[in-house]
Design a protein around this ligand. Sequence first.
Ligand SMILES: NC(=O)c1ccc[n+]([C@@H]2O[C@H](COP(=O)([O-])OP(=O)(O)OC[C@H]3O[C@@H](n4cnc5c(N)ncnc54)[C@H](O)[C@@H]3O)[C@@H](O)[C@H]2O)c1
Length: 367
Amino acid sequence: MLNLGIIGCGSVMQGPYMELVNKLAFNNIINLKSISDKNIKLEKILKKKFKFDNFFNNYEKILTDEDIDVVLILTSMNEHASITKEALKNNKHVLVEKPMSTNMKDLKELFLLAKKSKTYLVAAPFVILSPTFQAIHHDINKNKIGNISLARARYGWSGPDWGKWYYETGGGPLFDLGVYNITTLTGLLGPVKNIIAKSSTSKPIRIINGKKIKVKTDDNFQILLEFQNKCLAVVTTGFTMQQYSSPAIELYGSKGTIQMLGDDWEPKGYEIWDNTKSSWEVFNTPYANWPWAAGFTHLIQCIINKKKPVVNLDHAYHVNEIMIKIYESSRKKKHITINSSFKPLKFEKNIKIKKSHLDHDMNHDVI
Ligand SMILES: NC(=O)c1ccc[n+]([C@@H]2O[C@H](COP(=O)([O-])OP(=O)(O)OC[C@H]3O[C@@H](n4cnc5c(N)ncnc54)[C@H](O)[C@@H]3O)[C@@H](O)[C@H]2O)c1
């Protein structure tokens, strides 16, 4: 059995992550040994909801505990890089929520450390593990829509009314939401060679946890990505979108079009336009409840089976570099080159797609 520690016990810990933790604990695969939050009031609340041995105000007690094998880092964004570095130095397997880092210096240090480490680091988001993503990836590789020249992606909402840090430097919708779109597009189309972006603060005052706050980050983004394969894509993201009913991802090829339905963190399936058929073919996913925190289950499976995670570090670094440089591009009003790259993603071979819907063996199933 693997011993688990969790750092940061707010909204995502108490919701999607604990749902998966409880399933794995019920099956005696993991034991939730210790949790940590700097808000000590949470100890009492969480004791009533979940089973764990220790609550610490100071997360270092988790990292220096030799019995703990795996650590989930679910804090606010600016804390991710330093805690992840410490966790790796203490030989823990780590899952870190997005983004790994909000600046290039920490990102590079973290990346080098993780590359040398014998333990695994998986960085959210985990969109590439979704059955819908993998089916689209498969179709693109089978050349179903030909060469893809244009793409569009969007994800936004009106923004959280909790967590002041979402509106401070190092927060914002790009690291929180746009990250899903950039991970999906690069996962499907490969590495980006340069970017240009425009961002703004559209709502300078917000009410968070019932209190008025000054917004210190941009909350509204239009981003243009040029891929190494010459495809051009736009990403629209913001805490400035009340609702929409458009597809999350649109891919325009020389022979047809693919549209991912729903949001890419919670896809509802996809549709393909094929010029030779002159019609749309719709693939509704039977995995509508696919959990976006699936990277956790994936990490545990990889540790147990001694297999390298599919969610790879080079891809995560590339996405993180793009996001940091989007801020730079908007500030300097110019194109910025992306220096990193990654190899095409590879998935298990036996993906079967039935005509009427998606149906394939996926690695996200709870063990
Ligand atoms: N809320 C969502 O819908 C959502 C979805 C996907 C991913 N995420 C990501 O998950 C992470 C957490 O988001 P959230 O909405 O749960 O935030 P939250 O503000 O609800 O919770 C974060 C918790 O981390 C704690 N924390 C901060 N610094 C700490 C430290 N040094 N030591 C211990 N605890 C510390 C805070 O006290 C807080 O309880 C973020 O990276 C966010 O981008 C959030």
